[in-house]
Structures are given as C-alpha cells and as structure tokens.
Design a protein. Sequence first.
Lengths: 711, 157
Amino acid sequence: MGAKISIPVRRIDAKEKAGGWAKYIGDYEFDNLQHGRFLRSERARAKIIEIKKPVFPEGYYYVDASDIPSSGKNNIQMIKDDWRVFAVDEVRYIGETIAIILGPDKQKVLDLLNEIEIIYEDLIPAFTFDDALACKGGAVHGTDNIFAEYLLNVGNTDNAFKIADKIIEGKYETGFQEHLYMETQGLVGTWEDGKITMYASAQCPFYIRKSVAGTLGVPLGDIRVRQVTTGGAFGGKEHFPDVIATPLAVAVNKIKKPISMIYDRIEDISFTCKRHPSKITIKTGLDKDNNIIAMEIDTLVNGGAYESSTPIVLQRAILHGLGVYNIPNARILGRAVATNTFPSDAYRGFGAPQGLFAIEMHMSHIADELGLDTSDFKRKHFIKTNDITITNSKMHDDVKLEEMFAKIDEMSDYSSKVKKYANDPVKGIGIAFVNHGGGFTGNGEQVVIQGVVKMKRLDDGKAGLYVSVVEMGQGLQTTMRKIAAGELGLSIEDVVYDNPDTDIVPDSGPTCASRSIMVVGFLVQECAKKLKAKWEEGVGTEATHQYVHPEEFVWEQETLQGDAYPAYGWGINVVEVEYDPVTFEVKTEGVWAVWDVGVAIDETIMQGQSSGGIIQALGYASIEKCELKNGAFMQHTMADYTIPTSLDFPKVETVFIDNPYKYGPSGAKGAGELVFDAAPPAYAEAVQNAIGKRIYDIPVTPEMIMEALNK
Amino acid sequence: MKEIKFILNGKEVSVEADPLKRLLDVLREDKRMTGVKEGCGEGECGACSVLMNGVLVNSCMIPLGAVEEAEIVTPEGIRETEKGKLIIDAFGDAGAVQCGFCTPGMMMATEALLTINKTPEEEEIREALSGNLCRCTGYDLIVKGVQIASERGKDLW
C-alpha cells in the first residue's frame, strides 16, 4: 500500500451525515405534498375479476394503468420492458403494483387502501426451480419459463471426462437475501415548471429517467431526476426505483402535485427485490495425480416473475463459475427461470457470490474426498497470467494469489490452525479465494453505456465535477474528488460534486458493477487532465471525456467469447469459528482478508468496504434466512429478518496489496462487490471443518447444523 | 389530543397531539428534527435513537404521553456541543460514516456510553452499539470512532 492517493482523508460527507444535517428523501419538505401508497396483489398468480373501491373523498385519487397517457406504455423500460407499471387483468406475484392510492392525509390513504377489496380467480403458481422447469400452471414467461440460457465451453469436456480417473459431484444452493439498506426505498415526484421531477434515493438517475419517459411516452429531456443523499443501496436501488418511479410519475402527471412514495420497513422487506436464489450442480473429473481435467457446471437462478436484470446476473454467475482456477476442459450451462415469486434483482456481487460459493465449496469437498489440504489443492489449480479462461481468452491480470496467500497465512496463522483444528471437536477454520470482474460484462461499457463525464473551471479556483454516478455510502463523493483534485492540484474541498441531477450532468452510466471508480473514475482522471491543460482559459472553461474501449480487450456478446472483463479484483478470506455442540450456535473467532483492488483510492474507505462487505456476506452465510410461503416472503421485519449487529462478528483484519491496472485511476480496479464474494464459502468451510460434516447450502443455520450432525 | 410538556434539547416545549403519537413522529414532523431517522419503526435498528433522561431509547417505541416532564436530547441537541463535535470529528477521522443513515443514532449511543464509561474496552463498545444497526460499515470503523472519541474526550465526559 504505497500509492500517494491511498493515504486516507476525512470523508467530505462525514460531518453532515454524522450530525444529522444531511437530508435524505424523507427529510425534505414539499408544499402541498400528497402521500401515496401502493395497492398490491395479494396473490401469486391470479386473474383480477373485480376491484371494489369505496367512494373517494375529494382530493383522494385512485391511479392505475388507465391513467397512462395514450403516448405511453404500461411497461417499465429496463433492459427489457416486460415488467408492467400496473398489473391489469392478472397478477404474477405477491406485491405486484395494481394502483396507487393517494391524498393529503396519510392515515386517510391507509383507510381507503384497507377498504378496497379485490376479487381474484386463482391460477396455479410456480415457485421452485422444479415448478419453473416443468412449467407448472403454464409458463409464466414465454413458452418455457427460461429468461435466459447460456452455454460456455473451453477445451473438450466430454473427452476429458472419458479419461478421468475419478469423478466427484456436488449440488450447492443459496437463498434470497434482502439488501436491508438502513434507509428504505423512497421517491418524491413533483410537477415543476411543466415538468416531472423525481427526487430519488437511488443508484442510477438515468435509469429512472429512461423508465419514466418511456412509461409516459415523452422525450427523455422532459423528465428530470435528482438523486438525494441515499442511505445505502447495495444494488437494491439500481433498478427497483424504476418500479416505484413509473407508477408515481403516472400519478404526478395526473394530479400535477408533489407525491411522496416512501416505504415503511415492513413494505420494504416484503415487497422489494432480493438476491437471486441459486442451485448449482458441479461435476469434476480428475486424473490419477488429482489434477482437475474436466468440469461441468449447471447453474440455475430464480429470476421471479419479471426479467429485470436477471440475464446479466446469470452471465456474471457463470462467468465467475470456475472461480480463480485454471480448468482446461469445462462446460457451464446457465439458465435463469421465471416463477411467481417477487422479481429478483441486483445485489452486491450480481450473481458472482452464488457462482463463487458453489465452486469454492466444491473445491473444498473434492479436497476432503481425496484427503488433501484444501488450500494446497486449490493453489495447485490457481489460474495464472495468460492461462485460458472459460470464454476462450487469456487471463490478462497479473495474478498475485500466491503472494496474497502468503500474506493471509502469516496474518491468520491459517496453515498451522488447519492442522491444529483437524481433530478439534468444536473449532474450524476455512479459506476462500475469489476474483471479481470490474465494470460491465464484455463490451457493455463500449456498446451500452458509453459513459461521459464533464468538468468545468468555476470561480475561486474551484472545479465542478459532473458525473451521474452517485454517493450511496461507498465514499464516491470523496474518492472522485480525490481523483479529480489530484490531477488538478486542488484540495478536495475545491472540487464541487453535487448529487447528480439529470438536467445538469452527462450520462456517465449507472452506479453499479464495481464500475464507478474503475471506469468512471478513470474518465474523471482523463477529463481532469484535459481541463488542466486549458485551465488558463479562465472561469467557465469546460472539458468532457467519453469512454474509449482499450483495444486489447475483445468481446463477442452473441457468443459470450473473449475478454469478459478488462480486469479483476482478487481476494482471499479466512474465517475461524467455534460451534456449540449443545445449541449448534456458531461463534466466529476471527476474520482475515487480503485484497488486490489495484490501488486503493483511499485506504480508510477501502477498509470500510472490506469490513462492511464481509459482515454483510457473513450475514448472508449464517443468519439471513428469507423464505417463501405460498409465494410470499415469510420475513417482514428487522426482528424476523435479522442482520449482523456489532456483537455478532469480531473485527475484520484487512490488508491490501498494490497491483496497478493501467486503465484505472491511479491504478484502481473495482472493489465494492469483490469484498462480498469470499466470506460465505470461507465461513461455510470453517463450520464444515468444525462440525466434521460437509456444508452445501447457505445460510448455515443452527438448525441445518443439527440436521447435518444427526444424519 | 392532549398538551404534553417536556424538555427538548434543553428547552421546555409543549406539543398538542394524540398522546399515543410516536415520539419519533413528534420530533420529525412537529419539531422538524430530521437528524432522528426512521429505519424500522419497531425498536430494532436504533436509527431513531434519542436520550430520554440520559438513557438511550428508540423514539419510535416511545408514545408522546410517556415523555411528559422528561428530558429528551436528539442529535440536534448535541451536535454543536463540545462532546458532539468531538464525536463527529472522531467518526470522521475513523472512517465510521458511510451512507450515514445510522450515524446520528450511533452518535447518541456513543454519548450515552461515554457518559457512564469514559474508557470503554472494545467489547463494551460493541455491547453499547449493539442496539444500533449499520449495514455499510461492518461496525469496525464505528468502534474505532468511539475509541478515538474516548481517547480525545477524557476530560469531557
């Protein structure tokens, strides 16, 4: 950790947030504000026969699909537009938006909502992977319930299996995970100067603009989206705000008054997207010397009732399917299925945590089966620079996993503890190795996003920074300023970077995919150089910079062949646990992490990402159980969907190694998702070693441990 | 409707409202003190933490009627005091703030802890913060922030 830019600064937003000055969406005052609530489907799959409504007093409105202007569409423009703004005639999942009830008094709105009665005719719903593949009740999507299907191939897998000395198989499952950002979803839509303006707690202002403009059938410039200080997101505010903004915009368009749509916690847990559940089967062939010569992976993810970003999540799951290993002959089939569950969507890691959990546990299980040490077995198969990838290109990164392993071994005393705990009745230690591709998959940055940033010389020697990526807790307000200020020779306070407003900033793309620093930060660095070169032209001088795809990275989207990502972040986690043989509760005794994120733009901010990502991931691996009953989430509150408290896990010991990436700002690569990826398999392996039984699924609950021990 | 008198951030105030109205709503809506956040509305997350007669409470769980004659302190009441500024600076230097939604509540929990224990051990800090949930930080840097506040604030608490 030697780079100058890594030296920590105090975050620019620390004081205003800590003292409670910062305004989140629920903290703003709007004149004549109306309060909206959604009327939602109570059935997973049904025809709507009739909606019985009470008489609405003056000033209270019922807004539904019939209020969409004739120029518009009852479809939310995401990647596809299958998700409807308002359900009409039939519903596909519990919680689907049917209408908005709104008016000046919150309680009266709730009373009206309670008086509405919907008569349904139930249809047969599909909830599970098996239901979906059997098209139970008829296909929810298309003719076969498959949102997306991909096949990746490298080498000759069939031949390799034929000559394999032994074959080992395993099936791995992961569940839903709720984002549980501390600030719930919320937007306020207003009518200002003949124009709809959305104030949003959100990651992607231009996504909201696109979806709202599409729903109303107006030009993009007729919609203004202003991001406000956002109290956490983790992917949950990537596309989901579109699902709130589009019906809200229809309502604002109808009554021309400001309307707030801010979820309470029960609504938020019950009726927002979750991480995609997965079911991954892996079959591995080994030669006589225990080298892996073939691997076949079957990946299923549950997309729920509408497509949203599911195909891209699936791509990332399978593109990370081989983890950090060099497997000469491999085949990965990926399928995303449609069910009558709440649509799944983006969540920190975006499919990679599911794929990486499966491969890491599988590698651990193979080692166990063969009586080998896990880390030795995994290290023997590490991918190296210039090895062939699953998409038939070369690994371009300078892979430093061995150096990182030496570091974490020294920090955690892993190797000696593995031996020490081998016969310990209650203690265990686990290790996981991961990588995470930064930026959009393949040529997405080049073809889909084409991000642009702008800078301007302002009065008093200040510079304005205009980008559409947002601060949502990850520190972007500070790190972007550091990048720009560093080039311009200014202090970070002299770089002005307001929350993005689509009327002011160019579209630099969404805040997701670990792209903000690696991709947009690089654009900012290059733009700052341009501005510096013409700084002397005076106040008002502007510079813009657009993404240019580095020529050495080639991608064929149709076949998913080539360089899936320009650069990867790399990581190793070690987790040490002790379980209670009476209650089956697990106590985590130690957590260690070594990361290669290129260069950390700010070491303290990256420490925060490391601890935060790991603890969120340990929640996913241990206590965050989100189950379905008849298509509804059984967990509704923070009391029954529990997340880690300050007492649940010890301090995370983190170290970063430098490995600069030439197209990242000061060498930085993506980091925000990587930090989530390694802890779940490391934790599951630690528990497995403590209890002496294999773990295949997360979350690993005490009940699961009890069952495993009783088998 | 009932008139309830209490002391808010050192000043006597009177609110006429349903005595069952949540103190959280009284503070946010009637008093526009938006440093008090609603995270869950059921006493689980601590984002709405305030001090009631010096004790850390979740204002979403306190009906207005229960604060008659009580002393209530919100983030607005301490952020410009010497102690408040010290906690905010310590949090800033530690990197304890990410999305910030839980942070005013964390500041209240820190004030409550340091008032009864000037030099807490890490375990005592983790215990004192355990009613305040954070989804961003994994708590490590908040714990560090409290440690820094404790070191710098030896003569204040």
